[in-house]
Design a binder for this molecule. Structure first.
Ligand SMILES: *Cc1c(COP(=O)(O)O)cnc(C)c1O
Length: 371
């Protein structure tokens, strides 16, 4: 067999649901020398990374770090460490990622209660309230930015009722962190996870997480071991904490990438970054509506970083996306689940959220649709 050719992927403009474009500084950071994971220099990087993550999550939670694995590993970390067999859990489902949480809850052997909303709409707090009145859930889990539908879920009211019911509030901020406001302490999140590949604009590979004191107490009171060895916080904590007890080997180059990506976030400033995401979204909306695309989410619940749109009549999904990729090197996302074949998901995340990206896509679409 001849040796495969040297790796040389075609550069693309990543305007789908993740990964997003990676900043050259992050790519450079990944190409710097790999050192031992207990090297004093690397321990310092881990410490500084935790400090930066607290700032981005807007939390003072001591237990804030990055799980080795993509966003789904963060999801699993939160759920497998908080739930024991027989516990009750409420999962709010308004898209693919809520469904994934529900699946994990069942795999934990917990008793699942779902609160559903139609795809393209947020969860109604009144529906959560009704459910809370009927049982004694240990936690309520919900997705902040539902990447499969483009919905931004308001959280404060649901957080309050969750705490009043004595339950922990678990939030997925994979797509929201770094692109829109996420306030872990002010909004009362007890366990929260994110991902590196969406608005933080690092390659996929790590999942930032943070746990409140109440969540730690719940983990410490477990009677059984967590179902996952790799994600067991009782051990992982000691690796990321002052003890540095070996558990697994942190993916060094991915940690470098997140470190530099967080420096870029803080250099820009959170508010400025959110404003940039909002501006790009508004510019894209104007361009898309002129071309006949329709947003599926009501304006007040639209995500700035993930635009879910119905295609204009007569425009075919797959051939048009293929042309965008082959002729313009632009990747946009297809619909998932119920929305497969019916919508596009256009991401403007992190480094992909610029006026240039928007203009490139809208002018390419103009050329393709109106030759
Ligand atoms: C992308 C995403 C995930 C999963 O992250 P992976 O990095 O694909 O494992 C989870 N939740 C939401 C809301 C996402 O957008």
């Amino acid at each position: 067999m001849p040796l495969p050719t040297e790796l040389n992927p075609t550069p693309r403009f990543l305007m789908g649901p993740g990964p997003s474009d990676v900043h050259p500084r992050v790519l450079r950071a990944m190409a710097t020398p790999v050192v031992g994971h207990l090297d004093p220099g690397f321990l310092q990087i881990m410490d500084e990374l935790k400090v930066m993550l607290r700032e981005v999550f807007r939390t003072s939670n001591e237990l804030t770090f990055a799980v080795s694995g993509t966003g789904s590993a963060g999801m699993e970390t939160c759920l497998v460490n908080l739930l024991e067999p027989g516990d009750e859990a409420v999962v709010c489902v308004h898209g693919v990622f809520g469904n994934r949480m529900a699946d994990i809850v069942e795999r934990c052997g917990a008793k699942l209660t779902r609160v559903d909303a139609p795809w393209g709409q947020p969860i109604d707090p009144a529906d959560v309230k009704k459910t809370l009145g009927r049982g004694h859930p240990k936690l309520v889990a919900i997705v902040h930015a539902e990447t499969s539908t483009g919905v931004l879920q308001p959280l404060e009211e649901i957080s309050c009722m969750t705490h009043e019911a004595g339950a922990l509030f678990v939030v997925d901020t994979v797509t929201s962190l770094g692109g829109t406001d996420v306030r872990v302490d002010d909004w009362g999140f007890d366990a929260v996870y994110s991902g590196t590949q969406k608005c933080l604009s690092a390659p996929p590979g790590l999942s930032p997480v943070s746990f409140s004191a109440r969540a730690i107490e719940a983990m410490e009171k477990r009677k059984s071991k967590a179902q996952s060895w790799y994600l067991d916080m009782s051990m992982v904590r000691k690796y990321w904490g002052a003890e540095r007890v070996y558990h697994h080997t942190a993916p060094i180059s991915s940690v470098y990438a997140l470190y530099e990506a967080l420096r870029l976030v803080l250099e820009e400033g959170l508010e400025a970054r959110f404003a940039r995401h909002q501006r790009s979204h508004e510019l894209l909306r104007e361009g898309l509506e002129e071309l006949g695309f329709e947003f599926i989410v009501q304006p007040e619940f639209r995500l700035p970083m993930l635009n879910a749109v119905r295609l204009p009549a007569g425009v075919e999904d797959v051939p048009t996306r293929r042309r965008l990729l082959q002729e313009y090197n632009i990747e946009v996302g297809a619909g998932l689940g119920e929305f497969a074949g019916r919508i596009w998901r256009i991401g403007l995340m992190g480094c992909s959220s610029t006026e240039n990206h928007v203009n490139l896509l809208t002018s390419a679409l103009r050329t393709i649709l109106h030759p």
